[in-house]
Design a protein around this ligand. Structure first.
Ligand SMILES: Nc1ncnc2c1ncn2[C@@H]1O[C@H](COP(=O)(O)OP(=O)(O)OP(=O)(O)O)[C@@H](O)[C@H]1O
Ligand SMILES: [Mg+2]
Length: 296
């Protein structure tokens, strides 16, 4: 039997195909849009607060898959309106201190979206060229990085998100980053650094550095509450213009065990399951049928 398309509201929209659903429920990609992002009010406010304070930086940490990248992207996405340039880079196992800062400069060269500052494109082109040539030297010290960031933050204040920081293993590399934070704070450079990574404690991500404690705010990203997970589900089904029974929303909230990843997977599979069985609304039975594929 052919699956029935789902009726989309009463306004006569085109029928929804199962292929469209992953645009709404996407377990594999971070959430980047504010209107798809649920909860985390406190953590969003903490990031805004850190960015507003000169000499403050942040470490965003928590379990794998709990929503750290989404939080960092959504929080920094709003900064462009405040004339701040947000730059995000991913660290990987082959990176060292200098390679990460070079990535930051490359990101600034691409600079999107740009803050609404007169002549920003030209100013950034000049700044990235100067910062890039400083970082091209064979011996790049913490002070050279500090100068490069000072130049880079001249056209507009910058926020640098160093995601997947847990991928860096060397204690020496981590110490250089800690020294950089201290140098930025001492010289009042208009650059905020946000370290993001999987860790149980901020020290596990960054190492122990008493000297930077004052300048570094620890922002823990806990598992989400069932209520926050329910918001993810409702936002998603609202976008799909597909109905879901209240008890099915609650079941997804319970089964997800605090992980937004599970809520997306269950939303995706349960909506397909409802379509397959020719029903326009997701019921608990659909959630229960697909749950073993998600929760092991
Ligand atoms: N606040 C949120 N609202 C809606 N969906 C979210 C939220 N936070 C995370 N998600 C979703 O959960 C999944 C995992 O999110 P994300 O990639 O941000 O987690 P992470 O902690 O960075 O993971 P990792 O530890 O693997 O880097 C993605 O599908 C993302 O879209
Ligand atoms: Mg991540």
């Amino acid at each position: 039997m052919q699956p029935n398309p789902v009726a989309r509201g009463q306004q006569g929209q085109a029928p929804l195909s199962p292929e469209e659903i992953p645009e709404v429920f996407n377990p594999a990609a971070p959430t980047t849009r504010r209107d798809s992002f649920a909860g985390r009010t406190e953590q969003l406010a903490q990031i805004v607060d850190v960015v507003a304070q000169r000499g403050q930086h942040a470490v965003v940490y928590g379990e794998r898959g709990v929503g750290k990248t989404s939080l960092a992207v959504v929080a920094t996405g709003a900064l462009v309106e405040r004339r701040i340039l947000a730059l995000r880079v991913n660290c990987d196992g082959s990176d060292d201190f200098v390679s990460i800062w070079r990535k930051v400069v490359r990101e600034a060269q691409m600079g999107r979206p740009l803050p609404p500052v007169v002549g920003i494109r030209e100013l950034l082109t000049e700044a990235t060229a100067s910062a890039g040539s400083l970082l091209a030297a064979t011996h790049v010290t913490v002070d050279v990085v500090r100068q490069a960031l000072q130049i880079l933050s001249h056209p507009a204040p910058i926020v640098v998100v160093l995601d997947e920081f847990d991928r860096l293993e060397h204690v020496r590399t981590k110490r250089l980053f800690a020294d950089t934070i201290k140098a930025l704070s001492d010289h009042i450079v208009l650059a905020t650094v946000i370290f993001v990574g999987v860790a149980e404690t901020p020290e596990m991500l960054l190492g122990e550095h008493r000297s930077i404690e004052r300048g570094l705010r620890a922002i823990h990203v806990p598992r989400m509450s069932a209520a926050e997970l329910a918001v993810i589900v409702r936002l998603g089904f609202g976008k799909l213009q597909m109905s879901i029974a209240d008890d099915a929303v609650a079941r997804i909230g319970e089964l997800s065990d605090g992980f937004p990843y599970h809520a997306h997977s269950l939303g995706l599979l349960a909506s397909r399951e409802a379509i397959r069985s020719g029903q326009g609304a997701v019921q608990v039975v659909h959630v229960d049928r697909v749950a073993p594929q998600v929760i092991h």
